[in-house]
Design a protein around this ligand. Structure first.
Ligand code: GLC
Ligand code: CA
Length: 657
């Protein structure tokens, strides 16, 4: 069995992990100083978010040069030393490859803007189309267009466009570019550009009313940015400074392979691929009358070919690779992460992190739907197993609010709910990912003013929500729950002035605020507490290595009607591991119809509530202190019925046969 099945991956958000020089920004030398901590935690791989040269509009996910280190994070020498030191400790580093798009400050894009046809073809350009006042297309003009498509549609897209009108066109007119004409083919019926002496407002209005499709950017507003000098738009599924690459162009694919070869040669052990299921765009670009356009470019027509080619041509097929899959499907993920397709080792999917989105909308709040959560876990865990594919399992990353704040209760049951959530994921079938700070139970940021936010998405949506008529308080409340900045506050190492993220006597402030709860939620306190969340994570990581059944067992979800407890059974070679997780802050009955769960003779492998030693528990299941794993089960002969779980309790019982 490949080694990553019993491995655990740790994700570092470079900007927020550890600042070695007191400028308020985490850096590579800070990471180097914490490698022993990660070794001690027990993780095998460490994924670093992008630290390459970048204007940082999306905190490094807007790469301007894949071959250099952003000076704010350090130097290439620092990177080399970091890779060497990690390898010496047996920690495999994984770097983040942002290949769906580049920054508009990337050399390639600059050359494209200068009119170089070779580089224009690195990106995706479309001509303006005529639309009526409601945004409906009047005449098909782009040669790519499907002439059969009727220009009918709903009005809901118009408002989506409206929100971005001013912002989008403002930058279009701000872009500095040559006025030289492009050599790409201009259809004879092309809509003329605004006159050369048009005012910025006129250009803005033209840009807004002639967008090639009504697609909405993931960060709000139109997905198209107008470039007056070309009378064309380029596609940006994310920020307007993140231009989508044209993967249909083999030169682009070669360029990206070279990036992988370069970093691989430096001794990396794996790669994470950013939004990699969005790379293959459709042959025909058309308006989406059902959604924001994602159905046309998600898991696109050539994505599997492209991934296989990338893996084979760069020799990363045997390395640790994980693809971030946006709004994907199970069928596609089975292909991405099935060894037979030679694409990726595993995938991140996000459906389980939308169970608190009202009507599927991120910016509409709702209490988590745990029934839905169970259904999704069941579908994906069992489905991936049936399809012979491997999961990455996770709650948190740099794009998510903290899971304990979201699905647990950090006010009354901070420790219990954080541990329960960890158990639910870590004992599943898949490689667990821990996001920095999760292992100590870090919570949402608790910001109270929009000025405290840094993320482009949060700031855009604050504006969009208030434009839509929400009061500033309401908008702030929504952002407070949903902002990606909740996961981006500095790592809490100590209770010190700057939480040990940067030196106490630093001359600068951290780039983003530090939650007050650093005083009790920090590595220093938790390292010395055997009942801490940190100690619990260490145990989960260790158990995966010690018990093959956790790494390799099959999985089946049980008790499907239960609204409060999610449970599953892992099975391997006649052994079973029964996992029960109480998602509620109340005592919940277990298998009430059957009078409880018969745990006779079973060994309690782990319990998230450690207020009593597992061995000799009142319910009679035998405990495991890590040392003498199997013995407890054999000794205990009395009948044991587990009838309830305490609030947020998670328990795993091993049944030998
Ligand atoms: C991924 C990253 C996210 C970034 C986006 C665009 O979702 O995780 O942080 O903003 O891609 O690159
Ligand atoms: Ca620094």
């Amino acid at each position: 069995m490949s080694d990553f099945r019993n491995s655990t991956v740790y994700q570092i958000y470079v900007k927020s992990f550890c600042d070695s020089n007191g400028d308020g920004i985490g850096d590579l030398n800070g990471i180097r100083s914490k490698l022993p901590y990660l070794k001690n935690l027990g993780v095998d791989y460490v994924w670093l978010t992008p630290f390459f040269r970048s204007p940082m509009n999306d905190n490094g996910y807007d790469v301007a040069d894949y071959y250099s280190v952003n000076p704010m994070f350090g130097t290439m020498d620092d990177a080399d030393a970091m890779i060497r030191e990690a390898n010496e400790l047996g920690l495999g580093l994984m770097f983040d490859m942002v290949f769906n798009h580049t920054s508009t400050e990337h050399e390639w894009f600059k050359k494209a803007l200068a009119g170089d046809p070779t580089y224009m073809d690195y990106y995706i350009w479309k001509d303006p189309v005529n639309r009526d006042a409601d945004g409906h297309i009047l005449t098909p003009t782009d040669s790519d267009r499907d002439s059969d498509r009727a220009a009918t549609g709903s009005a809901n897209t118009a408002s989506g466009l409206d929100t971005n009108v001013s912002e989008s066109a403002k930058t279009a007119s701000n872009l500095e570019m040559s006025t030289g004409s492009t050599s790409s083919a201009q259809p004879s019926d092309q809509i003329p550009a605004p006159a050369p002496n048009a005012s910025p407002e006129e250009i803005r209005a033209f840009a807004a009313s002639h967008v090639p499709t009504n697609w909405v950017s993931k960060f709000g507003g139109s997905a198209w940015e107008y470039v007056p000098a070309f009378n064309k738009y380029y596609l940006h599924l994310f920020d307007k400074t993140q231009a989508d690459l044209n993967w249909e162009n083999p030169r682009v694919r070669e360029e990206l392979k070279n990036v992988i070869r370069f970093w691989k040669a430096k001794g990396l052990k794996g790669f994470r691929f950013d939004v990699v299921n969005l790379i293959s765009k459709p042959a025909v670009f058309e308006d989406d009358f059902e959604g924001d356009g994602r159905r046309f470019y998600t898991d696109g027509r050539h994505v599997h070919e492209f991934l296989r080619e990338l893996a084979e041509d760069t020799g990363i097929a045997d390395m640790m690779t994980v693809g971030e899959m946006s709004s994907t499907s199970l069928a596609n993920c089975i292909r991405y992460a099935n060894p037979a397709s030679h694409e990726l080792k595993m995938v991140f999917s996000f459906h389980h992190l939308k169970v608190d989105y009202k009507n599927g909308q991120k910016w509409e709040l709702m209490a988590p739907d745990f029934r839905k959560l169970r259904e999704l876990f069941t579908e994906w865990q069992e489905g991936m197993e049936k399809g012979g594919a491997w999961n990455a399992v996770f709650w948190n990353n740099h794009d998510q609010p903290r899971a304990n704040s979201r699905f647990g209760d950090v006010t009354h049951y901070w420790k219990e709910s954080s541990k329960m959530l960890a158990t639910l994921i870590h004992l599943m079938r898949g490689t667990p990912y821990i996001y920095e700070g999760e292992e100590i139970g870090m919570t949402n940021a608790g910001f109270t003013s929009i000025d405290q936010y840094r993320d482009v998405e949060s700031i855009n949506y604050y504006r969009i929500l208030t434009n839509e008529g929400k009061s500033p308080e309401e908008a702030l409340h929504i952002i407070g729950e949903r902002s990606r900045d909740n996961g981006r506050t500095p790592m809490q190492w100590t209770a010190g002035r700057y939480a040990g993220f940067m030196p106490d006597d630093a001359k600068h402030e951290p780039w983003i605020g530090i939650p007050d709860n650093k005083d009790h939620i920090n590595v220093a306190v938790e390292s010395h507490d055997s009942a801490s969340i940190l100690s619990y994570y260490k145990k989960l990581i260790r158990l995966r290595k010690e018990y093959e059944i956790i790494a390799d067992g099959s999985i089946r979800f049980t008790d499907p009607e239960n609204e409060n407890i999610i449970s599953y059974v892992r099975e391997l070679g006649g052994r079973k591991l029964h996992v029960f997780c109480n998602l509620r802050g109340a005592e919940e009955p277990l298998l009430a119809n059957a009078g409880g769960f018969d745990a006779t003779g079973m060994q309690r492998l782990i319990d998230s509530i450690e207020d009593e030693t597992c061995a000799g528990r009142s319910d009679g299941t035998a405990g495991n202190d890590g040392a003498d794993a199997a013995s407890g089960a054999k000794d205990s002969t009395d009948a044991v019925l587990l009838t309830k779980l305490r609030p947020y309790e998670a328990v795993a019982l091993l049944e030998e046969n």
